[in-house]
Design a protein around this ligand. Structure first.
Ligand code: TZP
Ligand code: MG
Length: 227
């Protein structure tokens, strides 16, 4: 069974978003609100802290039956036994990640262009994170802002590849409750649909992550263009 990508939470550990709050509590509340899959993304902690936090988050996600993926750090994923990793274009290659983590691991890849998406599908990625949809302070220096139309073009292109129906797709970047239905509508491709939406600040940065997740989940499920 492929994961449920409907509402994909990517965490953040920086002060402007976390605001001194406990990440584990935010993740728990977000799952209670409807988050279906979680990526632990932390670009600043050292390895020992990454492993400590990943273990803490994994207890919570496992109890809820929600997969936990680790951003960038395949060693941390392996050490903690999480369900997978999310890798960017500058990280370890998919084949090596697959060799290390095994056939059951969920391996996600960021793709900002048709070329990157095609390579990731052919390389055996389980899902693609498509974006950056809108410029966002959460990830500075994003290589490319592709808009909802860029997501649609990638979906339509990869639909022509064999086996692409087995590859999940989420969009990411600047998505929140105010724009999520429009993003889903404008990124809709008749050839291949999005499986979900990934957010950071719209949930982690919200005053009430549980309510924020509930609202987003509801909006996604009610979006006219969401399959
Ligand atoms: N990859 C592309 S944009 C982004 C990542 C990790 C950050 C998205 O953050 P937000 O707060 O949902 O805009
Ligand atoms: Mg990366």
């Amino acid at each position: 069974m492929p994961p449920n990508y409907t509402l994909y939470l990517v965490t953040d550990s920086t002060a402007p978003i976390l605001k001194g709050r406990d990440l584990a509590k935010i993740v728990k509340d977000a799952i209670d609100g409807g988050v279906t899959i979680v990526q632990y993304r932390d670009k600043t902690s050292d390895t020992a802290d990454l492993i400590r936090t990943a273990k803490e988050l994994h207890k919570i996600t496992k109890a809820a039956g929600v997969p936990l993926l680790i951003n960038d750090r395949i060693d941390v994923a392996l050490a903690v036994g999480t369900e997978g990793v999310h890798i960017g274009q500058d990280d370890i290659d998919i084949a090596t990640a697959r060799k290390i983590l095994g056939p059951e691991a969920i391996i996600g890849v960021t793709a900002s262009s048709e070329e990157e998406a095609i390579a990731a599908v052919k390389g055996g990625a389980n899902y693609l994170g498509l974006g950056t949809v809108f410029a966002t302070p959460t990830k500075e220096n994003t290589k490319s802002i592709i808009g909802a139309s860029g997501v649609r073009d990638i979906l339509s292109r990869i639909s022509q590849l064999p086996n692409s129906e087995h590859v999940g797709t989420v969009c990411i970047g600047g998505i929140n409750a105010a724009n999520v239905q429009r993003v889903l509508y404008q990124s809709h491709s008749p050839d291949k649909s999005l499986d979900g939406v990934a957010v950071v600040s719209a949930i982690v940065g919200a005053d009430e992550p549980r309510t924020a997740a509930q609202h987003l989940y509801d909006l996604i499920l009610r979006a006219p263009a969401f399959a």
